[in-house]
Design a protein around this ligand. Structure first.
Ligand code: SAM
Length: 347
């Protein structure tokens, strides 16, 4: 294949090189801006999952203007751009870089420190599951596990299959990244601010929309022209950040610290979602945890009633049959289950 064949097949790949963007993804953010006017009045921004840095380039050019040395935006306010990624990223003018995992509390805290007392106007996240890293983590888990060596080779090929073929895994990790980004956003975004994030439109995407709607007045799912139709990816543009009244941002996100019990039970006010619990029925009904005598009614003798519909072919049918014929312990017991046993199955 010639050097130009990718240029032929992917117009945005070619244009990115020609216009000096580090990745074709730059066009996704530029096209989102054309539709949603993302950068008006924005001086302070966070770019989560930023490497190799084309979104940071867009932010840098849009917020600081063409003069790459500009420290102040059009409004004269100081411009601040913080970019975060697992991977190291070549430096960019006016962009502070943090190398770290956005699902880790320590990284979240480092980002939050940059915006203390002066929140961000915009948070963007183009995070996508990092296949190689996932393969590495899962493979190390498998190798460290007490499984026998014979299981390991099987498990490793399973791991490799996981990161290349199972969309559910990708969707799950993508959702984790988005929720981690949302959690960081609740700490750093100013009221009225905007959050833009990549989202995979999988089967459970409506759950993510509901969670985003709790924090933003407007949530729109959109797909820029530069995002391939064949890709499950889309972008959520969440406008006018307005958390529930009394909501206090916290790090008690099970995705971030994995301590469900302790932290969820300590949440208070609107941070603690309480779903009403209704005890259905009163004390006159039978208590399902009690044992009652067979004769419930003093004047009425107990009589056994068979189940209205016994299981059609339960897995224990053969065992019942063998036990009734006293064949259970014999080695020459027939291995085939009688097809239509008249025996009543055990409860
Ligand atoms: N917006 C970027 C650009 O324009 O250059 C491209 C981002 S790329 C599609 C996805 C990035 O997500 C990768 O660089 C990957 O390292 C990063 N990533 C994946 N999981 C991450 C995590 N847990 N924490 C931080 N970055 C992560």
């Amino acid at each position: 294949m010639g050097r130009s064949s990718k240029d032929k097949r992917d117009i945005y790949y070619r244009l990115a090189k020609e216009e000096g963007w580090r990745a074709r993804s730059a066009f996704k953010l530029l096209q989102l801006d054309q539709e949603f006017n993302l950068f008006t009045g924005v001086n302070r921004a966070v770019d989560l999952c930023a490497a190799p840095g084309s979104w940071s380039q867009v932010l840098s050019r849009k917020l600081r203007g063409c003069a790459e040395k500009a420290e102040k935006g059009e409004s004269g306010e100081e411009v601040k751009i913080v970019a975060v990624d697992l991977q190291a990223m070549a430096p960019l003018p006016g962009v502070t870089q943090i190398q770290g995992d956005i699902t880790k509390v320590s990284t979240a805290q480092e980002i939050i420190r940059h915006f203390e007392g002066h929140p961000a106007d915009l948070v963007v996240c183009d995070g996508a599951p990092d296949g190689e890293r996932l393969a590495f983590c899962l493979t190390s888990l498998v190798l460290k596990s007490p499984l026998s060596p014979s299981c390991c080779s099987y498990s490793i090929s399973y791991v490799l299959f996981l990161v290349t073929g199972l969309h559910d895994v990708d969707e799950y990790i993508q959702a984790q990244l988005l929720l981690a980004a949302l959690n960081i956003t609740t700490h750093v975004l100013k009221p009225g601010g905007t959050f833009v994030a990549k989202i995979f439109r999988g089967k459970d995407v409506t759950l993510l929309y509901s969670q985003l709607k709790l924090f933003f007045d407007g949530v729109t799912c959109t797909k820029p022209r530069s995002s391939r139709n064949s890709s499950i990816e889309a972008f959520v543009v969440c406008q006018n950040y307005s958390p529930p009244k009394g909501y206090i941002p916290n790090m008690s996100n099970p995705l971030l610290d994995h301590s469900y019990d302790v932290d969820f039970n300590q949440l208070e006010g609107p941070n603690r979602v309480i779903v009403p619990f209704l005890a259905c029925g009163d004390l006159s009904a039978f208590d399902s945890d009690r044992t009652y005598p067979l004769q419930l009614d003093a004047g009425k003798e107990y009589q056994y009633t068979p189940p209205a519909q016994p299981p059609i072919r339960p897995p224990y049918q053969q065992a019942c049959h063998l036990r009734k014929k006293n064949l259970l312990s014999r080695e020459d017991a027939p291995s085939v289950c009688p097809t239509q046993s008249q025996d009543e199955p055990e409860p």
